[in-house]
Design a binder for this molecule. Structure first.
Ligand SMILES: [Zn+2]
Length: 327
């Protein structure tokens, strides 16, 4: 364990020891306080003899982030006690419920737009970001992104993106300004190894869509029987402070649609290791006509399932379809 982390943990433990002693003096000795004091002192003892931070079952190092959050842990994730396992599962269940609450309505219609999406986490929670906001200016904002990494840490960053865009959208900024502000907030508040590829779009009543694609996969534009792609025009969010972003404006015709997805969809592999790929996706949707976004997404999911033919998923997966129907 790095010296700095060890020093930090020792400090935390000594602090807890003092707090517990003070509590015992002020409130009288209880079995619970005595037990906690015993655990803290045992951890300090392990720090002294060099066994601190090693799992008591397998003797491998315990995950550092868990030690920092709770310096009394004695087992690695693989060797939790049944009670610890249950507590962890409850935490994750709750986190998953909170994340579900952050998602927009399933079948969404606003102005001349219909939207559907499918959101599927690899584990209990997802690092994909997906949101729809009807703004007071009459525009529909759609966001879809992918935070680096997976699991709880990525999900926390996802929740942060959600809050940032929800706060910034009423400020009536351009999509570039929105992404630029979000990028700076992101750089200020997340760990340096985190970044997110994302698409932020603003769809107006006349079918005009302004899109900023920050390092994300190409968007498919189903344009009267033809499939075009809208590629990334900049780096992901969270790479450099004060980064500038650019946008493009496209004019959708009635019944045109945009298809956005994360790599959990396009980079899914079959049993031979081959990737699903953009071409297969474009071919699949090229003859789509006027189906509801939900039907379009279902078709993509059915085809992906066929392609995977039973291989396990390996990433968070999100796909969103936005159709212009005219008012
Ligand atoms: Zn272990």
């Amino acid at each position: 364990m790095a010296n700095q982390i060890e020093a930090n943990l020792r400090e935390q433990l000594i602090d807890r020891h003092q707090q517990l002693e003070a509590a015992i003096i002020n409130h009288g000795e209880s079995a619970q306080l005595r037990q906690l004091l015993h655990e803290v002192d045992a951890a300090l003892g392990r720090l002294k003899n060099g066994s601190y931070g090693l799992c008591e079952v397998c003797h491998d190092p315990i995950e550092t982030d868990r030690l920092l959050a709770y310096p009394l842990v004695r087992f690695c994730l693989d060797h939790l006690t049944p009670r610890e396992q249950q507590a962890l599962e409850r935490d994750l269940d709750l986190a998953a419920q909170i994340q579900t609450k952050l998602l927009p309505e399933r079948d969404f219609a606003f102005g001349g737009w219909q939207v559907g999406y499918h959101y599927e986490a690899f584990g209990p929670v997802s690092g994909d970001y997906c949101d729809l906001v009807c703004a007071e200016d009459g525009n529909l904002y759609f966001m879809l992104g992918d935070v680096s990494g997976k699991g709880v840490a990525a999900a926390m960053v996802m929740a942060q993106l959600h809050a940032m865009f929800r706060t910034l959208i009423p400020m009536r900024l351009t999509v570039c300004q929105l992404v630029e502000r979000a990028n700076n907030l992101f750089c200020e508040s997340t760990l340096p190894m985190h970044y997110a590829t994302l698409v932020c779009g603003r769809a107006g009543n006349s079918g005009t869509v302004e899109i900023c694609n920050a390092g994300h996969l190409p968007i498919l534009w189903l344009n009267g029987g033809e499939v075009r792609d809208i590629k990334a025009s900049g780096l992901p969010v969270g790479v450099f402070y004060n980064q500038e972003f650019s946008s493009i404006s496209v004019q959708l015709a009635p019944d045109d649609a945009l298809l956005l997805y994360t790599d959990g969809f396009s980079e899914s592999q079959d049993s031979t290791g081959e990737e699903y790929g953009l071409e297969r996706m474009a071919n699949l949707v090229s003859n789509d006509r006027m189906t509801l976004p939900k039907a379009l997404i279902d078709r993509c999911l059915v085809d992906l399932k066929k392609f995977r033919s039973g291989t396990r998923k390996s990433d968070d997966l999100t796909i969103m379809a936005i159709r212009y129907t005219q008012l």
